[in-house]
Design a protein around this ligand. Structure first.
Ligand code: G3P
Length: 218
């Protein structure tokens, strides 16, 4: 399973990248706003900065909601760097834009996916990635991980090449559950990635090794 970090924060992207396990980055307009990045030019520069840190796919989301606007914006984003993936919402216009970009060989991430039917349309339109939102389904007492599992099963059964990118991951257990569900990618906050390392037996085992070493090397 590939690991993406879900943030526009450069320090966090660098930290995750330095761990040596980062395969890419996803952003969205809320994450860009959280970093206080204002205006089109600043956004474009920020995407390029992210691409210069990570040797992997970087999802950059369009703001337009109409087909022509999505095409214009997506083409500009794709031209910024070869690793940019154009992120488009799973709406009728968005699906049309996914199809347009897939025919032009521009990679896409179809986002805000909450049902197998939406995932089917994204795959049929030729999306590179589909992003089911795990945490937001859990928020309304639905089962986000179960949606990931169903999409994986449907894509495998029908042979769709679209990769399932589990998004809206909130914590470490979500990552492990999406791994079990067969997700191709999980995009996670840094805290959830670091949480994978935490185990009391690792900490106590290391402390005992170091103490034993110190006893004979005093
Ligand atoms: O990858 C999508 C993600 O950024 C949404 O996460 O926590 O706002 O549901 P969240």
């Amino acid at each position: 399973m590939k690991f993406f970090i879900d943030t526009a924060n450069l320090a966090q992207i660098r930290e995750a990248n330095e761990m040596g396990v980062l395969d890419g980055v996803t952003t969205n307009p809320s994450l860009m706003a959280k970093e206080n990045i204002r205006g089109e030019e600043a956004c474009r520069r920020h995407y390029v900065e992210i691409c210069n840190i990570v040797d992997g796919d970087v999802s950059a989301e369009v703001i337009a909601t109409d087909f022509e606007g999505m095409v214009r914006e997506g083409e500009e984003l794709a031209a910024l760097h070869p690793r940019i993936v154009v992120k488009l919402p799973c709406t009728a216009e968005g699906i049309r834009a996914v199809k347009y970009f897939s025919q032009k060989g521009i990679r896409t991430n179809c986002t805000l996916v909450f049902s197998p039917g939406q995932a089917l349309l994204a795959a049929k339109a030729g999306a590179t990635y589909v992003s089911p939102f795990v945490g937001r389904l859990d928020d309304i007492c639905a089962d986000g991980v179960e949606l990931v599992r169903r999409i994986v099963e449907i894509y495998r059964y029908y042979g769709y090449a679209t990769q399932v990118l589990a998004a809206s991951i909130r914590h470490t257990q979500h990552i492990v559950a999406c791994l079990d569900a067969g997700a191709d990618v999980a995009t996670c906050p840094l805290s959830a990635i670091k949480g994978l390392l935490r185990h009391p037996l690792t900490d106590s085992g290391l402390a005992a090794f170091l103490a034993d070493h110190a006893k004979v090397n005093a």
